[in-house]
Design a protein around this ligand. Structure first.
Ligand code: PYC
Length: 367
């Protein structure tokens, strides 16, 4: 993590360009949550309006207002600006004392295309991620909670492309993800202390290394995490990367479900910041669907129920990707449900030396 940058002096509620409605863009329907009666703010505190959700146990912190102005460009460009100029938003919300290593952040943005519901940039304790399935399900739940969207299909712009989300009448959400594909089949990596480990390299909005194991046991969280860390380090050290030289930053172990009535498989996913996903991982399930499709083990439209390490389940299915980057690329649809857990006005006090979060040893090591 780079050095913490000072927060720009907050101009106060009256002069704020970040809280008042209508200032982001004419077409944005969702971005701004007006504080109807701004509190007196004699201390120049910066305030961030956010909703927390969890999807199958995995939390998402969704920023509605109080973030930086990132301009009008595509989400990838805005993500680069966020990382370069305003990484404080991520560190303040995701690192301790406000956050934790297992929270994913989602910054809502006015979309480029006025017909899209919103843009969204995802981040975690280590940096920025392209897509986040559980996170987008949380975003949809939060927008519905605020009355900004109704049941129906809505389009979102993400850093890795457009994704659609259908909010169903029962409040479950189906995400139609970006094209996902198996990039390499059964790649060998030499893992110190373990020997040769074979896994598929697949893309589902993020890069995954998927390893079949006899079982993933929730009583073994520490050893599962340690094994994934070793595999991640070995991939990095041996220069094993994704299609465009991307780091494979998610490791996914697969075993049988806890109950075949409940699910078809169970996973354990270690995320880039060193924490495991409590949900079945939307992009990880997409990567799994791509591998099953490429192996001829799951047919178009057939449902795959993916159980997480804590027992929550996403339902996945796919259609062929018309112009996928490789043969057998798929468009996955992942269905799950999120619940709102908090509505928060975070305060960043300029006098607080830890207002931008505590940089951890792990974060420093990740750089
Ligand atoms: O659900 O795609 C996902 C995800 C990625 C990282 C954590 N969750």
């Amino acid at each position: 993590m780079g050095p913490l940058q000072p927060i720009k002096r907050f101009a106060g509620w009256a002069g704020s360009r970040v809280i008042r409605p209508g200032l982001y863009s004419q077409h944005d329907r969702f971005m701004v949550t007006p504080m109807q009666t701004p509190p007196a703010n004699p201390f120049n505190l910066r305030a961030i309006d956010a909703i927390d959700t969890h999807t199958g146990g995995e939390p998402t912190r969704i920023v509605f207002a109080g973030g930086p102005d990132l301009g009008q460009g595509p989400m990838l460009q805005r993500m680069h600006s966020l990382r370069r100029d305003a990484d404080w938003l991520r560190t303040a919300l995701i690192l301790e004392p406000r956050g934790s290593a297992w929270i994913v952040g989602a910054l809502l943005q006015p979309s480029c295309d006025p017909d899209c519901a919103a843009g969204v940039i995802f981040f975690n304790n280590r940096g920025y991620i392209g897509m986040c399935g559980h996170g987008l399900i949380g975003v949809v739940a939060a927008l519905a909670y605020r009355g900004r969207i109704q049941p129906g299909t809505h389009r979102f712009e993400t850093v890795v492309g457009e994704v659609t989300a259908t909010l169903h009448d029962d409040q479950s959400v189906s995400i139609k993800n970006v094209a996902s594909y198996r990039w390499r089949e059964q790649v060998s990596v030499q893992v110190p202390g373990e020997g040769t480990v074979c896994g598929d390299i697949a893309y589902g909005g993020n890069w995954f290394f998927l390893v079949d194991t006899p079982g993933v046991d929730p009583a073994e969280l520490e050893s599962l995490s340690a094994r994934c860390r070793r595999i991640h380090a070995a991939l990095r050290d041996q220069g094993i990367v994704g299609a465009d030289g991307s780091e494979i930053d998610h490791i996914e172990l697969f075993g049988p479900p806890s109950d075949p009535q409940l699910a078809d498989g169970r996973n354990f996913v270690l995320c880039p910041g060193g924490e495991y996903d409590r949900s079945p991982c939307g992009t990880g399930t997409s990567a799994k669907l791509a591998c099953l499709a490429a192996a001829g083990k799951l047919q178009v439209g057939e449902v795959w129920r993916q159980e997480s390490i804590i027992g929550s389940v996403f339902a996945g299915r796919y259609t062929p990707a018309p112009q996928g980057p490789v043969e057998h690329a798929v468009i996955p649809t992942i269905t799950g449900r999120a619940f709102v857990t908090a509505e928060t006005r975070f305060v960043l006090d300029p006098q607080d030396p830890l207002r931008l979060g505590i940089p951890t040893i792990k974060d420093a090591a990740a750089e």
